[in-house]
Ligand binder design. Structure first.
Ligand code: PAF
Length: 291
């Protein structure tokens, strides 16, 4: 028998949320479904850190800049609900498009310049759509804490900024990236990789780890750190680089050798039609290397 409460509309969500006493803390994990082990750690953190764990599954059309990508995004509702149940999440909100964006819907949440680089540059409109959905979900779910994966580091940073800048009463918590044994970060899009593409996909995390190794060894030239990633990624004919850069993680702007950081290496690489993104924290640029 199913123990998870499925909430299909804003009205159902509201009455479930109103039934909780004010003293109960709610940990929320927004998702687009196609759940995997990476999501599992978010559910675990939400349930551990709060009295009630709540998730949402909504494939948000506003954040897909390519219609084809929206259409082919995996939809695996039954498996998702089974995983949620095993994770101890008590309720899942499953709105449809009309529930989220009724006829006549117009408004968007727009971020500042930090949303225009990297993912924002390569996926125009993506962050506006993502922030709009997350803002609405926060309003509806009224969580005390919300959990996001560090794999989408720029998304996490933007949601943290939005919560701070717009005085949202929710603590936004980042959870570490979960990787396959060969280093590939878990992602719903990994399912699109053909076997020969899956075999080369770990090159992305290898480039990031190589960058961290150089940083740890004392390299502080942003250009050389980036060149190292590019050289390694270019050695793989099936991989095509969108970006492989070092950023200042406080601002999500390009790292500057005169600024302490902390720095983060970020990459987006296409393997066939599949876009893989990943990142790795490098550290404080003022700290001495270990040469
Ligand atoms: O990371 C995701 O799955 C989505 O961007 C999110 C946060 C659920 C918003 O639609």
């Amino acid at each position: 028998m199913s123990s998870i409460t499925r909430l299909h509309s804003r009205a159902e969500l509201r009455s479930w949320r109103d039934s909780l006493s004010d003293s109960v803390t709610v940990g929320f994990v927004p998702t687009m479904g196609a759940l995997h082990r990476g999501h599992g750690t978010l559910f675990h953190a939400a349930c551990e850190g709060n009295e009630v764990g709540l998730a949402s599954i909504f494939v948000n059309p506003l954040q897909f800049n390519e219609g084809a990508d929206f259409k082919r995004y995996p939809r695996t509702a039954d498996e998702d609900c089974a995983l949620l149940e095993r994770s101890g999440v008590q309720a899942v909100y499953l709105p449809d498009r009309i529930d989220m964006y009724p006829d006549g819907y117009e408004t968007r949440v727009r971020s500042g310049p930090g949303s225009e680089l990297y993912e924002g540059y390569h996926r125009p409109g993506h962050f506006e759509g993502m922030l709009t959905a997350v803002f609405k979900l926060f309003q509806r779910c009224r969580p005390d804490r919300a959990y996001f994966g560090e794999k989408d580091a720029q998304q996490l940073w933007l949601v943290q900024r939005m919560a701070e800048d717009l005085d949202l009463d929710v603590e936004v918590i980042g959870c570490p990236t979960v990787r396959e044994e060969d280093g590939l970060a878990f992602s719903s899009r990994n399912a699109f990789l053909a076997p020969e593409q899956r075999a080369v996909a770990p090159i992305v995390s290898r480039a990031l780890y190589a960058c961290r190794e150089s940083f740890t060894a004392g390299e502080r030239s942003v250009a050389l750190l980036e060149r190292g990633m590019h050289d390694l990624l270019r050695s793989e004919p099936l991989a095509s680089i969108e970006y492989a850069d070092v950023v200042d993680e406080r601002t999500f702007r390009p790292a500057d050798s005169d600024q302490p950081g902390p720095w983060r290496a970020v990459a987006a690489v296409r393997v066939g039609d599949t876009r893989l993104i990943d990142n790795l924290e490098l550290g404080d640029a003022r700290s001495p290397g270990m040469t």
